[in-house]
Design a binder for this molecule. Structure first.
Ligand SMILES: [Zn+2]
Length: 286
């Protein structure tokens, strides 16, 4: 562990880092990671784009759960891991952050040059007119259409779980686009069965190819959407470091893997990197 942390420290201290982050970075902000160690007992199969657009019941169920789950996301704050990434960026060592997370917490922690690979949950798009509106505005409209919903469901699920009985889903009233009046609304995130916009992917590939190292934080790299950047870096001879709790599907491409909780490890890494920089400029013998 100490040895692998030394390798990671050297890579980050060398600068030119591109970070690729996943759900594991946000678990310590209270956002569940469905693929990581805490998410083994995943209750719901992920919503696919096809089910969302073709099945009105699936869509109603999605919005009912999401109307409750949004409170969790909207109330979440960046953790020590997000802040450490922003600090390394301010120190000029991290060039850009590619995140698979849709929670906006990198930006909230002060990171810049963040590419949100899978979109943002706080924006809503109309599949007909294409207009983008804020989730806050949608939340207001959903509350108006469902005045007692949150209170009723919260009474049923005191633990904050959003597993909804069918009769409560049936009582939920989703709303259509407030601009064109009839369009189907969808959170501006990439669902399963949907592809990431090609220009966004191309930007990420370009960043990875220019990087001095690629540092993966809290992703099991299960889906190709993120793993392809690790493969590309490895093919170009760019060192890849992976910090995650548990093994990942990118381990075979990595120069170094560190198995640790990110909220504890990243601040320690920041201190080590700062120490290394200080050592580098200190005259010999001092
Ligand atoms: Zn519309």
């Amino acid at each position: 562990m100490t040895e692998s942390l030394d390798v990671l420290t050297s890579l980050v201290a060398g600068g030119g880092v591109v970070v690729l982050s996943g759900a594991g970075l946000s678990t310590e902000s209270g956002i569940p990671d469905y693929r990581g160690p805490s998410g083994v007992a995943r209750r719901h199969t992920p919503m696919t784009f096809q089910a969302f657009t073709r099945d009105p019941l699936a869509r109603r169920r999605y919005w009912a759960r999401s109307h409750l789950g949004w409170r969790l996301i909207a109330g979440a704050a960046p953790n020590a891991g997000h802040r450490a990434v922003a600090g390394l960026q301010r120190a000029g060592l991290v060039d850009a952050v590619i995140t698979q997370n849709v929670d906006g917490l990198h930006g909230a922690a002060g990171s810049t040059s963040v590419i949100e690979l899978h979109g943002r949950l706080d924006e809503v798009t109309c599949l007909d007119c294409g207009n983008l509106t804020s989730r806050e505005e949608l939340d207001r409209r959903l509350r108006e259409a469902n005045p007692d919903f949150v209170a009723q469901v919260a009474a049923v699920n005191p633990d904050g779980d959003v597993d909804l009985p069918d009769e409560q889903v049936a009582a939920f009233r989703p709303v259509d686009c407030g601009i064109c009046g009839t369009g189907m609304l969808k959170p501006d995130v990439v669902f399963f069965g949907e592809t990431v916009p090609p220009q966004r992917v191309a930007r990420c590939f370009a960043l990875v190819e220019q990087a001095r190292s690629l540092v993966v934080l809290g992703s099991s790299l299960t889906v190709m959407s993120g793993r392809r950047f690790v493969i590309r870096a490895a093919k170009r001879g760019i060192p890849v470091a992976i910090v995650n709790q548990g093994p990942t599907r990118g381990d075979g491409y990595a120069t170094v893997c560190v198995d640790a909780p990110l909220g504890a490890l990243l601040p320690e890494l920041a201190v080590r990197v700062a120490g290394k920089a200080a050592t580098a400029v200190a005259p010999v013998g001092v």
